[in-house]
Ligand binder design. Sequence first.
Ligand SMILES: *Cc1c(COP(=O)(O)O)cnc(C)c1O
Length: 476
Amino acid sequence: MKNAALSELFRQLPSVNDVMGASAVGSLAASYGHDSTADAVRVVLARLRQEITSGLLDEDALGLALSGLAGAVENQLRQALGYSLRAVINATGVILHTNLGRAPLSDAAIEHIRETAASYSNLEFELGAGERGKRDVHVDRLFQRLLGEEVKSKEHAAVSTIVVNNNAAAVLLALNTLAEGGEVIVSRGELVEIGGSFRIPDVMAKSGAILREVGTTNRTRTADYERAITERTRLLLRVHRSNFEITGFTEQASKAELVSLARVRGIPLMEDLGSGALFDLHSVGIGGEPGVLDSLRSGVDIVTYSGDKLLGGPQAGLISGGSELIARMRSNSLFRALRVDKLIYAALEATLLEYVRHDHDAIPTLRMMRLTKEAIGKRAEALAARIVAPKLKVEVVDGESILGGGAAPSSILPTRVLALTCEGLSADELAARLRGSDPPIIARVDEGRVLLDLRTVFTAQDEAIESALAMVGRNG
Ligand SMILES: *Cc1c(COP(=O)(O)O)cnc(C)c1O
């Protein structure tokens, strides 16, 4: 387009004041406030200017855009003043999806947050004595129930647990407390990176401990640890290979051997479990994923794990182990910097009580893991039968759900998925439409089809999927 024609289009753009003077925009200002409305007008006008510059608008298109200006301002206001963080439907079948907020909380956890956060609470107050108390007591008593009794007599005099911001913080606090200025022995096969920014060597450096690598990527023996022990050694560390497996010609020192080596040399053994299940994963057909109790029972001194992975609670880092070592971590000033707030304690306490009561189905992620392929298939068939959308082809086929969140990287849960194709749309376009629905639906794309796995969809959300599919399948 010629420059002269462009400047003619620019001339037709109204000023911010002109737009604010229009009656439809005036009533927006009355409900959303003058400043926010003026901001929204500026954004909308800037967008039009940009579109003119890029040659996207001719005379007619601009006229149309200007006639819908008040509507565009209102949309902009809604977006700017609405929540950015919002609920989505996870139809990926990945139960612990880090990008989608990991574990959804149980009803009891939400209710306990609501009742304690909307009021004052005894977070750090001993009601009996009327004195200052410790915030850890609320959950430590439950961890004692879940871990302490069984482990106590066998391996540890007493087991305590403290809570920090996340498992990365738990590892940092433990390493700093137990090994600052000294060496920590780790196998080269366990120098892992989890989710981009958590790397064992980096956390080690930040903790002030010195990493002493032993063995090779695929094979590390107990003798390798033994040879590396010097008077500088403060800790033996085992790290769960959360998001990968090494197969083939491999060897890993057994936990029992490491425990006895640690005992003989008087050095603590710590295990970064990552996911850290508090229930028996074999019951859902998943093997080879060590639980927190397994580690403590076998004599590991300190275990670190996340609150929002297999435990199914809020984001938190848990450190469980012998009371003396835990007491040292509690008195480290880093603990104060990494501590969690009352909302997390409330959610964690409610979740742990569900474990104490063996009410596993109350915890959403555990319930999802326990769903059978048959039950999911039935729901998928029923949903497929209700969808009336001429352009949409819906099939129910076999699929695989995964735990995610760095747990049991190669174990899958068999499932049934809705496989969708839509006339006139590629699979990626269809997935984008579903993300654009309200609430957004997040699906997987596989071999030209969009897959919806109802394992991770709450039953109450089936209806929203039904209407989103009807909408997309009607219009293509
Ligand atoms: C997930 C994971 C972490 C990090 O835990 P966050 O709670 O995300 O901080 C650390 N170590 C291992 C082995 C993990 O699997």
